[in-house]
Design a protein. Structure first.
Length: 345
């Protein structure tokens, strides 16, 4: 398997002296120690809540009131994705086989999203965040993130780029389905043994999901439930991931010579808030700390924040933290500016 983002971050090649003192302090305070009990409770509560929602679908599927369960299932699906995310970073356990099993269950089986596809893509992002040539999250696709990417867009994609700031959140409504499509497409890349396991679990998810809906409710209600669930799931993920890097520094493709600390801090944005924010964003609101220490357990990120912030202040490195609404404003402003040349032609 490819080297994990956690390994890249905690033992980066040529790590600079800027990061070493912080790493030493964080380790000395036990913040990289795993919280298996916390994760065991989180996984159990997640599974129990999922079972309750499935039971609710079966019991009231004959009534249109069942549609009220779709938003709840969307929120629970995001919780499930956050657990898979943490497993991919070895936050839950240092055993790679167990981490993969947790990821396969929460990704492939419960969400219909390929754990292998997401993990290799996400690790590349962590190694080089916001790097236009190396980070797949800022590669030109439906959306673009630099004026160079916007140049040459034609037809429908040109129209999308011109209006991408307005279209960003509506487009996230399709993300739940897009994740499933990407997972099936990625099966061709995977080694035979991994491909078989992933494919079986992906098909099992689709089969169980379709069977649950069609046997519990009329066809029209089932279609409405699926559309509402998948759209709100995609929106929730978009709201969780959009504030993290959009509109932040983008390293020169030729290389800025940044060390690990600057590469992760300057390209990441934290979201200020309460325990509700922590819960809603799955700990990703501590994006700076997460990028510096990807294997740090989620409940330790808030504890590491004062250490990281003070270390950055001492070195004179900007540490970005803002409110949730303002983070969206900054991200959308950046996308609006990227599309500006296409609007003035």
């Amino acid at each position: 398997m490819p080297q994990t983002a956690a390994a890249v971050a905690e033992h980066p090649p040529g790590v600079s002296s800027e990061f070493t003192p912080l790493l030493r302090t964080v380790k000395s305070q036990g913040l990289l120690d795993r919280r298996q009990g916390w994760y065991a409770i989180t996984i159990a509560v997640n599974a129990l809540t999922l079972a309750c929602i499935v039971a609710g679908v079966v019991l009231i599927g004959h009534s249109s009131w069942v549609l009220l369960l779709a938003p709840l299932l969307a929120v629970l699906s995001a919780r499930t994705a956050f657990i898979g995310h943490d497993a991919g970073h070895s936050q839950i356990t240092g055993n790679r086989a167990v981490s993969r099993l947790i990821g396969l269950i929460h990704g492939n089986l419960l969400l219909g999203m390929s754990y292998s596809w997401w993990n290799q893509k996400h690790n590349r992002h962590h190694a080089n965040p916001n790097h236009i040539d190396k980070d797949p999250d800022v590669a030109a696709d439906v959306l673009v993130f630099t004026s160079e990417q916007a140049t040459g867009r034609v037809g429908f994609r040109r129209w999308i780029t011109r209006n991408q700031a307005w279209l960003f959140f509506p487009l996230t409504l399709l993300e739940g389905v897009a994740l499933k499509v990407h997972g099936f497409q990625d099966l061709r890349r995977q080694p035979p043994r991994e491909r078989v396991v992933e494919a079986i679990l992906l098909v099992a998810h689709v089969g169980a999901y379709v069977t649950l809906l069609l046997t519990s409710m009329p066809l029209g209600t089932a279609l409405a439930f699926a559309a509402l669930h998948q759209a709100l799931f995609g929106l929730h993920l978009g709201m969780a991931f959009a504030p993290n890097h959009k509109g932040m520094e983008m390293p020169d493709p030729q290389g800025e010579g940044w060390g690990h600390l600057r590469r992760q801090v300057l390209t990441s944005r934290n979201i200020r808030g309460s325990a509700v924010t922590d819960w809603f964003l799955g700990g990703l609101n501590y994006q700076v700390e997460h990028h510096l220490f990807p294997s740090m357990p989620r409940p330790h990120l808030r504890l590491a924040q004062p250490l990281v912030r003070a270390h950055c202040r001492e070195l004179g490195i900007p540490y970005m933290e803002t409110g949730l609404v303002d983070s969206y404003r900054q991200a959308l402003r950046h996308m609006h500016e990227v599309g500006e040349p296409l609007r003035v032609e």
